[in-house]
Design a protein around this ligand. Structure first.
Ligand code: DLL
Length: 439
C-alpha cells in the first residue's frame, strides 16, 4: 500500500491553563500549595518530622512567599527512605515506578498514580506542541526506555499529543538510522549528544543527515548550549528545541521550549512552583533574573508529593514569552555538583562546549580529565578535530581553544586534539568529566 503524501491538519488546541495570565496562575498555585503541604504532612512521615522539627505547619502558608519557611527536600531524603518511604498512597494505587540509577549510592525510586501519569502525559504533550510537533506526525523516540523516565515519559507525551510514536529507545545506532530512513519520522526525541552520535554515524556511512524527513528535534536530559543547538540544526536541517525535567519532580516535561522563540523552557507553573535559591546560602531565595539553584515544588502529585526539591541545576527565572503566564528558565549552565573547581576557578563542561564550537576545525566531541599531580589540579581537554580539518590546522585550533578558555574561564589547561571518531560516543546522557583525582 502506498501512502498518500497529503497531510490532514488535525486539531491541536492548547490546554486552557497554557494561556492563563500570571495572576490566574499564581492564584491556582496558592490554592494547590496549601493542599499539597497538608497532603504531604498528613501522609508522609518524613515531611511531618521535618516540619515539626522546623516548627512550621502547613497552615503557616498564607501567601506564596511563605513557602520559603518550609525545609528543602534533597535526593538524600529519597535515598534514606528507599524504596517507597516517601510515597503518599498505598502501593495498590501506584500505577508505575521509575528509578534513577545515580552514580553514587542507592537508586532513587519515584512512583505515579494513574492521575499522575495522565498529568505527566498532558504536560509532556504541551512541551512537544510548543516545540512544533504536530498531531498526526511520526515521532521517533530515542530516549532510553525502562526505569529512566525519558523513554516512557516522552512516549506518553507523544501519544497524548496524537502522534504516531516509534518507540526505538536509546542505543543501536545503526538501527536508529535504518528506522529514520525507512519510517520517515517528522520529529526525533533524543538527548542532544545522542542526536549528535546519530548524525555523526550517518555521515560516516556516507549519508546526509540533512536529507532525512526530520523537521524537529526535542532534546533534553543533559545540559547543552546554543552552539550545540546550532550544530544539530545545521547537521540535520531541523529545528532543535529544549525539554527539561527530572524524575523526582515528574520526568521529562516539567518545562519545554517554543520553536518560535527558542528562548528557554517554559515551566508549567500550574503544576510546579519554581524558586531560585543561592546555591551557597540556601536561606536566600533570589529574585527573577538572578542566577542560582532551581528548586521545585510539585503542586498536583499524588503518589510522591515533592516540596522544595533541590535540583542542583543552575539557572534563573525569566518572564514568560510564548506562554506569558508561565515563567521560563534560562538554559542550565550546569549542576552545582558537576562544577569543576580548578585552582579556585569554577568551570562547567557547557562552557567548554560553547567555546570549542566557536573555533573552526573543532568538533563537539570532547572530554574533560582532571588530575592532581604534585597536589595541583590539572585540567586536560581532549577534543576531536573535524573531518575537514587537517592535523596542522588542528594544532592551531588547539592553541586557540587553550587561549579562549584562559580568557573566558580564567584557567589554563592542556589541550589534546585527537582524530575524528576516537572519543566515546553518547548513547544517552553523555559523561564528559573524568575526575581522576584521588578522593
Ligand atoms: O533526565 C528527564 C528527562 C528525560 C528530561 C528526557 C528531558 C528529556 P533524570 O534522569 O532524573 O531525568 O535527570 C534529571 O537531568 O536535574 C538536569 O541536571 C538534567 N537535565 C534534564 N533536562 C535537562 C535540560 C531526566 N533540558 C537531570 N538541560 C536534571 C539541562 C537537563 N539539563
Amino acid at each position: 500500500m502506498t501512502q498518500t503524501s497529503t497531510r490532514i491538519e488535525l486539531p491541536n488546541p492548547l490546554d486552557p491553563e497554557e494561556t492563563m495570565s500570571r495572576d490566574q496562575i499564581e492564584s491556582i498555585q496558592l490554592a494547590r500549595l496549601k493542599e499539597t503541604l497538608a497532603y504531604a504532612y498528613d501522609r508522609v512521615p518524613l515531611y511531618r518530622e521535618k516540619y515539626d522539627t522546623a516548627g512550621v505547619h502547613p497552615t503557616d502558608l498564607k501567601e506564596l512567599s511563605d513557602l520559603a519557611k518550609f525545609p528543602f527536600t534533597e535526593k538524600e531524603d529519597l535515598r534514606k527512605t528507599y524504596p517507597f518511604g516517601m510515597f503518599a498512597v498505598p502501593q495498590h494505587e501506584v500505577a508505575r515506578l521509575h528509578a534513577s540509577s545515580g552514580t553514587t549510592g542507592r537508586a532513587t525510586v519515584v512512583g505515579y498514580t494513574q492521575k499522575d501519569l495522565d498529568d505527566w502525559a498532558k504536560l509532556g504533550a504541551r512541551c512537544l506542541r510548543l516545540a512544533g510537533v504536530k498531531p498526526g506526525w511520526k515521532v521517533h523516540n530515542a530516549y532510553g526506555y525502562g526505569l529512566f523516565t525519558g523513554g516512557l515519559g516522552a512516549h506518553a507525551a507523544a501519544e497524548h499529543l496524537g502522534t504516531t510514536v516509534i518507540p526505538m529507545s536509546g542505543g543501536q545506532t545503526e538501527k536508529q538510522i535504518t528506522l529514520i530512513q525507512d519510517f520517515e519520522p517528522d520529529a526525533i526525541l533524543a538527548t542532544p549528544t545522542y542526536l549528535l552520535t546519530i548524525g555523526d554515524a550517518m555521515q560516516r556511512q556516507g549519508l546526509d543527515p540533512r536529507k532525512t524527513s526530520l523537521k524537529t528535534a526535542v532534546c533534553g536530559a543533559e545540559p547543552w548550549t546554543e552552539e550545540m543547538r546550532h550544530e544539530l540544526e545545521v547537521m540535520f536541517d531541523l529545528d532543535a528545541c529544549d525539554i527539561y525535567g527530572l524524575s523526582e519532580v515528574m520526568g521529562p516535561g516539567v518545562a519545554g521550549e517554543s520553536h518560535e522563540t527558542k528562548d528557554g523552557n517554559h515551566i508549567w507553573e500550574d503544576h510546579f512552583r519554581p524558586e531560585i535559591i543561592d546555591a551557597f546560602d540556601d536561606t536566600q531565595v533570589l529574585g527573577d533574573g538572578q542566577h542560582g539553584e532551581l528548586v521545585f515544588t510539585a503542586l498536583t502529585k499524588q503518589a510522591l508529593p515533592i516540596i522544595r526539591y533541590r535540583t542542583h541545576d543552575l539557572s534563573r527565572l525569566l518572564p514568560g514569552t510564548a506562554r506569558e503566564g508561565h515563567r521560563r528558565m534560562g538554559r542550565i549552565t550546569g549542576r552545582s555538583d558537576d562544577m569543576i573547581i580548578l585552582r579556585g576557578v569554577n568551570l562547567f563542561p557547557s562552557q567548554i562546549e560553547e567555546i570549542a564550537l566557536r573555533i573552526p576545525g573543532l568538533s563537539p566531541h570532547f572530554q574533560l580529565e582532571i588530575t592532581r599531580p604534585d597536589r595541583m589540579d590539572q585540567l586536560a581537554v581532549r577534543i576531536e578535530r573535524r573531518e575537514d580539518c587537517d592535523s596542522d590546522r588542528a594544532i592551531q585550533a588547539g592553541k586557540d581553544l587553550a587561549k579562549q578558555i584562559k580568557i573566558h574561564v580564567g584557567s589554563s589547561c592542556a589541550i589534546e586534539v585527537v582524530v575524528p571518531g576516537s572519543l566515546a560516543r553518547s548513547s544517552g546522557k553523555l559523561r564528559r568529566i573524568y575526575d581522576l583525582r584521588e578522593k
